[in-house]
Design a protein around this ligand. Structure first.
Ligand code: GDP
Length: 304
């Protein structure tokens, strides 16, 4: 994400007004990524250059026609544009768990993004809604991952299936869990997976194997494959989301770490390009710190 610079006004209205004015009167530098003004505008909007240009272009006529004059009018129009985009391209924010038991949710993403933590928080949320939850410690790559998930299982009072030997195949552990989930009538099996670089092909293949294994046990499963995106990573989200989606087909995003200074605005570019909704946001490390995605609250936070 573009860093806040000392010359940039912390007040979005003021910065937006002057940037939009110079943009519309032609004194704005050519809108390329290298343009300083565009960088400032993007920082101001925290959305990334492509979406910024797209939205700003859309408002250009209204500004030139004098329909949008003040900074706050421009800000409101920009907010509406972003909200419209999120509602049009990413509106299926509810989990789609189908009618077959158990529903299976795979949590995927790069290392350190918050997969295991989000899985724990999601387990807590679903359990509170009355679901019987089983966890699958499918991150067999990182040594401490199973231990970490076991702590979450204890914390949330959920059962867990872990590998019975070191370096077991992730697809094996996940299959065992889904079979158990089916036999013992669990409502949802939440599967952790190894953190990986999205460019590591063999690990990506392992994800495909997990997906196939699950589908053989419960028809139509996995019901959800949620990609965890770290809200602090800015535009790096986009190549990650593309790659994971291409390989396993992502059904939704969990945007984490929005409790810090990150606003996660770049996810708007991801939703726009892939048409996949954000389903949850992570706002801390505690059990209750996972919230359903609320587009309006999110947009308000971006422009606050
Ligand atoms: P994984 O490698 O993807 O499984 O990531 P982890 O679940 O181990 O999380 C990595 C770090 O990020 C841990 O220290 C978590 O406590 C932290 N974390 C995860 N989600 C959030 C969040 O929403 N907010 C904050 N502040 N920290 C988070």
């Amino acid at each position: 994400m573009l860093k806040k610079s000392s010359q940039v006004s912390p007040k979005p209205e003021t910065t937006l007004l002057s940037l939009m004015n110079s943009y519309c009167t032609g004194t704005f530098l050519k809108p390329t990524v290298s343009s300083t003004n565009l960088k400032r505008l993007c920082w101001c909007l925290t959305l990334g250059p492509r979406i910024t240009i797209q939205i700003v272009e859309r408002l250009r006529e209204d500004i030139l026609a004098g329909k949008l004059k003040s900074g706050s009018e421009i800000k409101d129009a920009l907010k509406k544009s972003v909200l419209d985009l999120l509602e049009k391209k990413g509106n299926k924010t509810e989990l789609q768990l189908g009618f077959r038991k158990p529903a299976v949710i795979m949590i995927v993403g790069v290392n350190g993004g918050g997969k295991t933590t989000s899985l724990g928080k999601l387990a807590y949320r679903l359990k509170n809604e009355g679901a019987k939850i089983l966890m699958a410690a499918g991150d067999t790559f990182r040594a401490a991952a199973s231990d970490q998930l076991e702590i979450w299982a204890e914390r949330t009072g959920c059962e867990i299936v872990v590998a019975d030997k070191e370096k077991a195949k992730a697809s094996l552990v996940i299959s065992q869990a889904v079979k158990k989930g089916k036999e013992q009538e669990f409502d949802v099996v939440l599967c952790d997976t190894s953190g990986r670089l999205h460019t590591n092909y063999s690990l990506m293949e392992e994800l495909i194997a997990c997906k196939k294994a699950v589908g053989k046990i419960v028809r139509g499963a996995p019901n959800e494959i949620l990609l965890v995106l770290d809200g602090t990573t800015g535009l790096n989200m986009l190549p990650q989301a593309r790659e994971f989606n291409e390989v396993v087909g992502i059904t939704g995003f969990i945007l984490t770490k929005l409790d810090g200074s990150a606003r996660g605005g770049c996810v708007v570019s991801v939703v726009d390009e892939l048409g996949i909704p954000v389903k949850f946001v992570g706002v801390g490390e505690g059990v209750e710190d996972l919230q359903p995605f609320d587009a309006e609250a999110f947009v308000n936070a971006i422009f606050s």
